[in-house]
Structures are given as structure tokens and as C-alpha cells.
Design a protein around this ligand. Structure first.
Ligand SMILES: [Zn+2]
Length: 248
């Protein structure tokens, strides 16, 4: 991501997008190397920024855009530029860790940190299917989903972007889908290998029914409802949903 032109269309989009981020929330445009934190409705703070020409150009455009929206951006004391690593995998890793560190600081309106929530107890809700614009100029249908978690202190229902839940909860919980009756957990390559070594997937054990009943490859639709897109095409292990533990 690099510099962009601030036009009417962008201002309308940004106003809506920026307004929808709650106070205390973070905006970190993918691949831009910069993160902003919302202090109040009209004030943002610069959290971290790569010392990279494209990031500087991008940030300058953001400053123009925020200027149009009447938003001021503060640079906190002790703010330091981050020198990006040369290795792209390391860049991705570092960005993920930064976002995760920010996510761990989120809290419910009542003050309870999201890190204290029972993150195992989540509900993935299908919202709608939109036509997303592709770089090629074509459009493609994209499903929008929300992940719900419950505040242990005030019982508030908190709906979040599945990606944000991923940051908070990590791979294992993110890659788990709960239906009314079952829990479907995606298996890693190592877990599949271990089960294969134990002979779980031979014709004999699959025809024996117990294994056939436990292991599934998920498509987009399932008897028990629509499958979240991040679970599509994965081998999952099905277990009966643990209800007793949930309803304390
Ligand atoms: Zn709360």
C-alpha cells in the first residue's frame, strides 16, 4: 500500500469506516506498515509505523484524509519508528505479533479485558454475502461473518470481526466451529499424520463407522448450517458439544 488520492468517494467510505471503529479500537490497514488507535470520536494516535518510503507516503495520504474528516492524529511521547525486517515472512510474523499485542489490550465497555473472556465459548454468525470488487475489475461473492463472545463480568454480547477473534484467541480456537450439537475442530497436518499412523483412515476403520462419523471434510454448507469460510476444505474432527461446562 502506498500513497492514494483523497477524493469524495474515499471520504464517504472513510467516514463510515472510521466511525464504525469503536473508541479504543485500532485501524491497521493491511500491508501499510502503520497503525492508528482511536482515542475519541475526533482524535487518533499513531501507534507504530515502519520507517519505509511507502509507509511514509501512505501515512501522509491518511493525514490528508483525516484532515478532511476533521480528525486530528497525535504522535505520543516516546513514539519510535520501526525498521521493517528485510525478510517478508518476518514482516508478516512481526505484523501479526503487533496486532496480537494490541488485541490483548482490548476491553469490554464495562472494563473487563477481552483476554479474561472464555474464548472457547464463541458463536460464529453468518451476516450476508456481498459482491466484493477484485483487483481485476470483476466482482466475486464474499461471505461476511461475525464472531460473538460473552463478557464474563457483565454478560454483554460482543460481536467482532472473525480476524480479530483470531488475533485474540489464536489458531486452535479460531479453527473450531460450534454448531448446536457438535464441535468441529480443524486438524493440523501433524495431527492428521498421527491419526493416519494409527490407522484411523484405512478403509477398514472408515467402514467401521466410528471413524467415518468423526472425521469430515467441510464444504460451504453442512446439515448443521452454513460453514464459516475459514473452515472450508479442512479435515475436521467432530465431537459432541460440551454443554454442561458452558452453562455454569
Ligand atoms: Zn462487560
Amino acid at each position: 500500500m502506498t500513497a492514494f488520492e483523497v477524493n469524495e468517494e474515499l471520504i464517504v467510505w472513510a467516514k463510515e469506516h472510521i466511525d464504525s471503529i469503536p473508541v479504543g479500537g485500532t485501524w491497521s490497514p493491511q500491508g501499510a506498515g502503520v497503525q492508528y488507535h482511536k482515542q475519541d470520536e475526533t482524535t487518533w494516535a499513531l501507534m507504530s509505523m515502519y520507517d519505509h518510503p511507502e509507509t511514509h507516503a501512505f501515512h501522509n495520504s491518511v493525514m490528508d484524509l483525516f484532515g478532511e474528516l476533521g480528525v486530528t492524529v497525535q504522535t505520543p511521547d516516546g513514539f519510535e519508528m520501526v525498521v521493517p525486517p528485510l525478510d517478508p515472512t518476518q514482516v508478516a510474523e512481526q505484523e501479526f505479533q503487533q496486532r496480537q499485542a494490541i488485541a490483548s489490550g482490548w476491553a469490554c465497555d464495562c472494563g473487563e479485558p477481552l483476554a479474561n473472556f472464555n474464548l472457547e465459548r464463541k458463536y460464529d454468525e453468518y451476516v450476508e454475502t456481498i459482491d466484493a470488487q477484485l483487483d481485476s475489475g470483476n466482482t466475486a461473492p464474499v461471505e461476511l461473518w461475525r464472531t460473538h463472545i460473552t463478557c464474563p463480568a457483565c454478560s454483554a454480547d460482543i460481536a467482532m470481526e472473525p480476524q480479530d477473534y483470531h488475533l485474540l484467541a489464536g489458531d486452535e480456537l479460531y479453527m473450531t466451529w460450534h454448531t448446536d450439537n457438535h464441535t468441529y475442530k480443524a486438524l493440523t497436518r501433524i495431527e492428521l499424520k498421527e491419526r493416519a499412523d494409527k490407522g484411523y483412515f484405512t478403509d477398514e476403520s472408515l467402514n467401521g463407522n466410528t471413524m467415518y462419523d468423526m472425521y469430515h471434510v467441510l464444504g460451504s454448507d453442512h446439515d448443521e448450517g452454513k460453514v464459516p469460510p475459514w473452515m472450508w476444505g479442512l479435515m475436521v474432527e467432530r465431537t459432541t458439544r460440551k454443554r454442561d461446562e458452558e452453562e455454569e
